[in-house]
Design a protein. Structure first.
Length: 58
């Protein structure tokens, strides 16, 4: 029975990892994709606007 206790943790972790990957793949896209993309674009625009302009001051 030692082999069962030795194999159980890796099997449980593999199952959890597979579940995690499947969940991530299933939640990509869908009806909220446009809202998520817009939120990221807005955050990037705010970060760009807040950045000091470094360029030729001539």
């Amino acid at each position: 029975m030692d082999y069962v206790s030795a194999l159980l943790p890796p099997v449980v972790m593999a199952g959890f990892f597979i579940w995690l990957i499947v969940t991530i793949v299933k939640t990509q896209g869908g009806p909220n994709k446009a809202k998520e993309d817009a939120a990221v674009d807005a955050a990037l625009a705010r970060a760009e606007a807040a950045r000091p302009k470094t360029g030729d001051a001539a």
